[in-house]
Write a protein that binds this ligand. Structure first.
Ligand code: ASP
Length: 438
C-alpha cells in the first residue's frame, strides 16, 4: 500500500532555481511524498530579501501613497527567473495581473503577504506535475483571526481525498467572507502540520536549511551534536527558550494525530535530520537532550519575614502584574522569599510602577531588582530517572565560576532552569554542555 508523507519546503528550499531543482528531486525520489507545502522564496545569500518582506513593504508603500511598482517588480522578476531557468510551462503573467489589480483596488495586507506562498505553489505544482490546491476555504479562520481547528481538518480531509498528489501554499487560509488570513510569520510550518493531520500522514517532513536541531546553539558551543530524536514535550521546553527552527504552533496538529515531524535539510537530503515524536527515544542513553536559553530577563526578589504564613501573597503579586498586562516566566520561592522572573521585553517602561505597587500593597522587608539575567534550560527526559543530574550541572557551573542566581526545576523533572547574569550566559551553556557530553 502506498504511504503518505507531507513535505513542507521552507523559504530557503525555494529561494532560486537551483533550490527548486533540489526540492523536485527530493519530492520525486519518494513516491510517498504526495502532499507538498511551500513557503515564499527566502534569501539566496546573506543580505538578500525575502519575498514575503518585499510584499509587506509593497503594502506599506501603498498605504503611504508611495509608488510600489518597482518593489512589486522584484517579486515578478524572482518568479520569472524560476520559470525561465527551469523551463516551467505556466502562465504567470495572468497571475501577476490579478495581483496588481487587487493591489490597485486596495486589498488587505494578508492577501498581499500571502501571494509569495501562492505563486510558489503555482509554479511548483506545474514543475512537479502535481495538482494545485489553494488553501482558501480549507484552512479556516474565525472573525477574530483564530484558526478553526476542526472545521479546517474536515475541509482539508474532504478536498484532499480528491487529490492523490497536490501542492499547497503555506502560511494562509481564509475567513468566512473568503478574505485571506495569514498565520504569524513562519506559519507555513503550521499549514504543513494541519495537512499532515488531515491526510493522516506517516510523517510530516519539514525541509529547511539545517539538518535538524543541535543540542546547543552552534554559535556558542563548537560543533554541538545533532539531536536525532526529541519528544514534543522536550522540544516545547527548548523552543520556549529560543530554539527557532520550527513554528511553535506547528507541533499541536501533528502531536494530536501522533505524527512524527522530521526536520530535514534540502541541501543535505541524505542526512536523517531530527525526528520529533510523541515518546522520547527509548534507546537514547544520553541524560540530556538539549540546552537552550535566552538573555535579558529581570528578577524581582522580595524578602519578608514570615512570608510563608501569609495568605494570598503570590496572588497579589500576580494581580499587580496582570494590571500591567505583564506575564511572568517563573516564580521560584523560599520560606521568606519569592522571586518573579519576567522578560525585559514584557516590562518595557513599566518596572518602576510595578515596584511601587508591590511596595505599597505587599510591604516587603526588602525588594531587589536584577535586570541583566539570562535563563538557561537544560532539558531531557532522561534526567528524571537518574540521580545526581543537578549535582553535575551545578558542579560544572561552579567549576567555571558561573554564579547561579536562580534555580527552577520543572515538576516534570524534564528540565532544570538556571538564572545567571547575562555576561555569563555563554560560558554557562558551554560548561553545561561539556559536563554532560564528556
Ligand atoms: N513566508 C512567510 C514568512 O516569511 C511564511 C513562512 O515562510 O513560513 O514568514
Amino acid at each position: 500500500m502506498m504511504g503518505v508523507k507531507v513535505a513542507k519546503f521552507g523559504g530557503s528550499s525555494v529561494a532560486d532555481a537551483i533550490q527548486f531543482k533540489k526540492t523536485k528531486e527530493i519530492v520525486l525520489s519518494d513516491k510517498d511524498r504526495r502532499y507538498v507545502v511551500v513557503s515564499a522564496p527566502g534569501k539566496r545569500f546573506e543580505g538578500d530579501t525575502k519575498i514575503t518582506d518585499v510584499l509587506y513593504l509593497c503594502k506599506a508603500h501603498i498605504e503611504h501613497n508611495l509608488p510600489y511598482e518597482q518593489l512589486f517588480q522584484v517579486v515578478i522578476d524572482r518568479y520569472m527567473s524560476f520559470k525561465i531557468n527551469l523551463g516551467i510551462e505556466v502562465d504567470l503573467q495572468s497571475e501577476f495581473d490579478i495581483i496588481k489589480k487587487n493591489l490597485h483596488d486596495g486589498i488587505g495586507e494578508a492577501y498581499i503577504a500571502s501571494r509569495g506562498e501562492y505563486l510558489s505553489a503555482v509554479i511548483i505544482a506545474a514543475y512537479l506535475g502535481y495538482d494545485l490546491v489553494d488553501t482558501v476555504g480549507l484552512i479556516r479562520f474565525d472573525k477574530s483571526g483564530a484558526l478553526m481547528f476542526e472545521e479546517t481538518d474536515k475541509a482539508l480531509k474532504e478536498e484532499l481525498s480528491k487529490h492523490e498528489r497536490a501542492v499547497m501554499p503555506g502560511f494562509y487560509g481564509s475567513n468566512d467572507k473568503g478574505e485571506i488570513v495569514t498565520f504569524s510569520r513562519g506559519g507555513s510550518d503550521v499549514t504543513g502540520s494541519l495537512i499532515a493531520r488531515a491526510v493522516n500522514a506517516d510523517v510530516y517532513e519539514n525541509w529547511t536549511d539545517v539538518s535538524g536541531f543541535m543540542m546547543a546553539d552552534p554559535r556558542i558551543v563548537d560543533n554541538p551534536e545533532q539531536i536525532s530524536q526529541i519528544s514534543y514535550k522536550e522540544l516545547r521546553e527548548l523552543s520556549y527558550m529560543g530554539a527557532s527552527v520550527l513554528h511553535e504552533d506547528a507541533i499541536y496538529p501533528a502531536k494530536i494525530a501522533n505524527i512524527p515531524i522530521n526536520i530535514r535539510n534540502t541541501n543535505e537530503p541524505y542526512e536523517e535530520g531530527t525526528y520529533i515524536t510523541a515518546e522520547p527515544d527509548k534507546n537514547n542513553t544520553k541524560i540530556i537532550t538539549g540546552i537552550a536559553g535566552n538573555k535579558d530577563f529581570t528578577v524581582i526578589a522580595l524578602y519578608k519575614n514570615l512570608l510563608a504564613t501569609e495568605k494570598g501573597y503570590i496572588r497579589k503579586i500576580l494581580n499587580i502584574l496582570e494590571d500591567y498586562d505583564v506575564s511572568c516566566e517563573h516564580i521560584p520561592s523560599g520560606i521568606d522569599t519569592v522571586s518573579i522572573v519576567i522578560s525585559n521585553e514584557q516590562l518595557d517602561g513599566k518596572i518602576d510602577r510595578i515596584i511601587k505597587d508591590i511596595k505599597n500593597q505587599l510591604e516587603p522587608d526588602s525588594i531587589e531588582v536584577f535586570d541583566q539575567m539570562a535563563l538557561i534550560a537544560t532539558v531531557g527526559c532522561g534526567m528524571s530517572q537518574r540521580t545526581g543530574v543537578s549535582a553535575k550541572l551545578f558542579t560544572a557551573l561552579a567549576e567555571n565560576d558561573v554564579n547561579i542566581r536562580m534555580i527552577d526545576q520543572g515538576s516534570s523533572e524534564m528540565n532544570i532552569i538556571v538564572g545567571v547574569e547575562n555576561k555569563q550566559f555563554e560560558s554557562a551553556i558551554r560548561a553545561i554542555y561539556q559536563a554532560f557530553m564528556e
